[in-house]
Structures are given as structure tokens and as C-alpha cells.
Write a protein that binds this ligand. Structure first.
Ligand code: ADP
Ligand code: GLC
Length: 482
């Protein structure tokens, strides 16, 4: 049996802000249980739902030197979907009403603490990992601390590490002096070949430099981040480690996202009855959101963090035009940057029967939108993988996406002549190109209903479960552990 430990800042069903949580919640249970024991470490945020907190049991606690203090580390444990989760408890650092705050220094502090606490906790929980799989900048110091101090101890010797980049934009940066002080790492670590980047300390870079292997969540993004355009300043180090960098496509949980058994949607459906049943979901959603009830309209769904990553500048640019086309309805669910929240609120006021802005977070509403919409719009500026388009495909909702990162790897462009493809795509980050793709999709939807339905057939038949990708992770684990 090989022991694998995931360390991450969020995971379903405990806490989620985006796709990272979906991956951390679904990948471990897809790894072959006959050969691997996969467990997960998360922070115990006070904003975790009470119902989930009630499932945690206290294991142990100790004090750890950190930031020139002796700090409390509590360890709790819970089981979910057959996977064991551990939680690091510290009131001072994880008592926030959202998982992440806007205070960059505080974020550095709490996740450096988390990384060190996870390593410190290992001997007390009766689980020695052969490999620690780290996710995003919040866990970038795990490989660093392991090398710097823990590996001196017999218990830790030989533990391998993987650093998975879910989003290169977030790196955990702050000035070197403060980070040295907080982390207790010596000046030796803060040079440009190690944790320093552009004069700042950079926690993700630490993970990239010290991990045994680096992965990202789609093959195309793995290539893109080696270029200056997508490299977010780290393309140099990523090129230097190109031999150890690979892209493994994300999957989604096919039990949780299953239109046939989904209790969150009013009219469950499958590949043979979607023609009728998707329309019933559409009408139901129009009723619920106060949109004009019209089964024929072309409904475009958006479920997303509202950030510039997701292409909202393009959407803002042509929203008026899109809504002035008679037949289009837009349903959006998301929270994030105020400028985008307000943009959607504005259009909701102006075109109340055509656009519904749902500026909040809701699993229930997200499933209803995936089920009811005809198309799903995701014109990202960059996209490491993207799970929303996979959910859309699963629900027979045709993606309209920009050809970047994981979107490019998962949505194939519709070809009218060969009758192939699963969605509508465009290549340049340009609002008119996006609009062209929307118009093209709309035309097929209205004028060639049979062709449209065949696209839906292909979408629902596509397989983006974890099966293939979990196998790729296993191969990598085996290769590293030996
Ligand atoms: P990212 O991780 O960059 O946000 P992904 O496409 O990988 O993008 O994953 C987004 C996940 O978050 C999906 O599961 C999507 O359904 C969900 N999501 C995003 N915004 C909301 C929201 N407002 N309410 C419910 N779910 C949301
Ligand atoms: C990140 C990326 C997204 C990816 C998700 C899970 O949040 O933005 O593209 O799907 O992580 O890996």
C-alpha cells in the first residue's frame, strides 16, 4: 500500500470557493484503493458549515514554533465519501468568515503556518505518507520545509512531493524580510534560484523549485505557462523544470454531476429524453428568476467567479448587443469583483425579462443553470483547466469557450460540414470574435435544431470522469515513489 497525502486550502464537501475544492474532493476517492491510501489535510476554518464540523473528532494538539511564538496546533479528523480528512486548527489564523481574506500578509502567515503544521503533525496521526501532493501556493512551503528541516529526521526521510498548480496567477508573494521572519527560513532560501522572484519572497516558487514533480491541470496550460504571456513571471523557473512538469486534465465527480439523478434540478433527464426535459428545466428556471417564459429562447448560462480571468471584460463589451438580440436570455451566477457584479446588476435592471443576475454562491442554483441553459459561456483570458465547462457538457449544455488552457483540451469546435465537435470556440481574446461564436451557436440552435441536438448528444456522451486522469496520477506516484 502506498500512502499519499493531499495538502490543500479547500476541498468539497467541507469548504469550497472554486474548482480546487472540486478536485481535492473528488480525485482522492478515484485513486485505486487497493494500492493507495489517500488522505487529505485542510485548514479548519471557522466558516466550515456546522454540520460538517460536527463530523470532526479531535485527535491531538501540540505547540509549534512559528513567527517567533509558540503556537497551538490542533488536529481533527473526519471521514467523507470513504476518504479520511485531517484538519489543522488554530483559532487566531483560521477564524475568518470566508476561507481567504484580502490581507496578503495574513494569508502568507496562515498558510505558511498550515504547511509547517501539517508536516509537524504527521508523526502524531499514525500515517506516514510516501508522497505529499501539494496544491497551489498555499502549500508551496511544504516541499521547502521538508527539505530544510524535516528530512533530517528519520521519519521524514525519502518522502516525495508533487506540486500541482491550479492557478499560476496566485503565488503568495511578500517582501523577503517579513517572510524570513514569519517562516523561520534562513536567508539561504531567498535567492532568485530558490524562493525569491523579482525581489519578493514567493511561496509558489518555493514549491516549484523544491517539489520532485510539478503538474498542472491540463496539457495545454502546461505548455502555455512556459511562455511569457501566460507565465505570470515564473516562466523562467517553469522552463528550467520543464522535464518535471506535466499537465494532467481534471475530471469531475460523475455521481455528483449527473443530470439523471440530480436532486437539485426540477426535472432530471438523460441522453435520450433531454429534448423535452431540458426545456422543462428552462421554463422552471425562467419562472423562478422572473425571466420571460419562453421555451424557444436561446438561454446562455454563466456560473463563475467574477474575475478578469474568466473573460468578463469581453462579456461587458458586448452585453448590450447580446441582450438587444431578441431571442437571447442570459442567466448568471457568481460573485467576485465589484465592477462585474455591478455590470450584471445594471443589465438585470435594464433587461429584467432577459437577464437574471444572481450575485451569490449557491450549489443548488448552479446545478439548475447547468441543467436549464442551452449554452454555457466561458470566454476565459486564461484557464488552467476549468470544471464548469465539463459540468455543462455533462448536462448537455453546449459550451461556448475561448481556445485556451483546459478549455482547448476539453471542448472541440463544432464543424458543420463534418458534424463533429462539442461546442463553439474562438481563438483570440477579442469581444467581436466571442460575439461571432455566440451568434454562430444561436444560428445553429434556431435553424438546425437536429444538428444542435446532435452536438448535445456528443456532449452528453463525452467522458470527463476521473477514470483516465486518476490513472495518470497513479503512474506518476509510482514513478516517484519507486
Ligand atoms: P475556478 O476554479 O477557476 O473558479 P472551475 O471551472 O475550475 O473554475 O471551477 C469552478 C467551480 O465553482 C465549479 O464547480 C462551479 O460550478 C463553481 N462555482 C463558481 N461560482 C459559483 C457560484 N456562485 N455558486 C455555485 N458554484 C459556483
Ligand atoms: C483553478 C483554475 C481552474 C481549474 C481549477 C481546478 O481555480 O482557475 O481552471 O479548473 O483550479 O484545478
Amino acid at each position: 500500500m502506498k500512502n499519499i497525502l493531499f495538502v490543500a486550502s479547500e476541498g468539497v464537501p467541507f469548504i469550497k470557493t472554486g474548482g480546487l475544492a472540486d478536485v481535492v474532493g473528488s480525485l482522492p476517492k478515484e485513486i485505486d484503493k487497493n494500492y493507495y491510501d489517500v488522505r487529505v489535510f485542510l485548514p479548519k476554518y471557522s466558516c466550515i458549515r456546522q454540520e460538517m464540523k460536527d463530523r470532526m473528532e479531535y485527535i491531538t494538539s501540540f505547540y509549534m514554533d512559528f513567527d517567533w511564538k509558540s503556537m497551538y496546533v490542533g488536529i481533527l479528523k473526519a471521514e467523507a465519501n470513504g476518504v479520511i480528512y485531517y484538519f489543522i486548527d488554530n483559532e487566531e489564523l483560521f477564524n475568518t468568515y470566508k476561507p481567504y481574506t484580502d490581507d496578503a500578509l495574513f494569508e502568507i502567515k496562515r498558510f505558511s503556518f498550515f504547511s509547517k503544521a501539517v508536516l509537524s503533525a504527521l508523526p502524531t496521526i499514525g500515517f506516514r505518507p510516501d508522497l505529499i501532493h501539494c496544491h497551489d501556493w498555499q502549500t508551496g512551503l511544504v516541499p521547502v520545509y521538508l527539505k530544510e528541516r524535516f528530512q533530517e529526521n528519520e521519519f521524514y526521510r525519502g518522502i516525495k512531493t508533487v506540486m500541482t498548480i491550479h492557478n499560476l496567477r496566485f503565488q503568495g508573494k511578500w517582501n523577503v524580510r517579513d517572510v524570513e521572519n514569519i517562516t523561520g527560513l534562513s536567508g539561504y532560501y531567498f535567492t532568485p534560484d530558490k524562493l525569491e522572484a523579482y525581489k519578493d519572497a514567493n511561496l509558489l516558487k518555493g514549491g516549484i523549485v523544491y517539489a520532485d514533480a510539478i503538474t498542472t491541470v491540463s496539457p495545454t496550460y502546461a505548455e502555455e505557462i512556459k511562455t511569457q504571456y501566460y507565465g505570470e513571471g515564473l516562466d523562467g523557473i517553469l522552463n528550467a523544470r520543464a522535464h518535471d512538469l506535466r499537465g494532467i486534465l481534471n475530471g469531475i465527480d460523475y455521481d455528483e454531476f449527473n443530470p439523471e439523478t440530480d436532486r437539485r434540478i426540477p426535472h432530471p433527464y438523460n441522453a435520450s429524453n433531454f429534448r423535452k426535459e431540458k426545456i422543462r428545466n428552462k421554463i422552471e428556471l425562467q419562472k423562478e428568476l422572473g425571466l420571460r417564459q419562453d421555451e424557444k429562447c436561446f438561454m446562455i448560462g454563466i456560473v463563475s467567479r467574477l474575475t478578469d480571468q474568466k473573460g468578463f471584460d469581453l462579456i461587458a463589451y458586448v452585453m448590450e448587443e447580446m441582450l438587444s438580440l431578441d431571442a437571447i436570455q442570459v442567466v448568471v451566477l457568481g460573485t467576485g469583483e465589484e465592477r462585474y457584479e455591478n455590470m450584471f446588476r445594471y443589465f438585470d435592471e435594464k433587461y429584467s425579462d432577459k437577464l437574471a443576475a444572481n450575485i451569490y454562491y449557491s450549489e443548488d442554483m448552479s446545478h439548475k443553470i447547468y441543467a436549464a441553459s442551452d449554452a454555457f459561456l466561458m470566454p476565459s483570458l486564461f484557464e488552467p483547466c476549468g470544471l464548469s465547462q465539463l459540468m455543462a457538457l455533462r448536462y448537455g449544455t453546449v459550451p461556448i469557450v475561448r481556445e485556451t488552457g483546459g478549455l482547448k483540451d476539453t471542448v472541440s469546435p463544432y464543424n458543420e460540414f463534418e458534424q463533429t465537435g462539442t461546442g463553439f470556440t474562438f481563438s483570440n481574446y477579442n469581444a467581436h470574435e466571442m460575439m461571432h461564436a455566440v451568434r454562430y451557436a444561436e444560428r445553429i440552435f434556431y435553424d438546425k435544431k437536429r444538428d444542435w441536438n446532435h452536438i448535445v448528444d456528443r456532449d452528453m456522451a463525452a467522458d470527463f470522469s476521473w477514470k483516465v486522469s486518476a490513472g495518470k496520477y497513479q503512474l506518476m506516484y509510482d514513478w516517484l515513489i519507486g
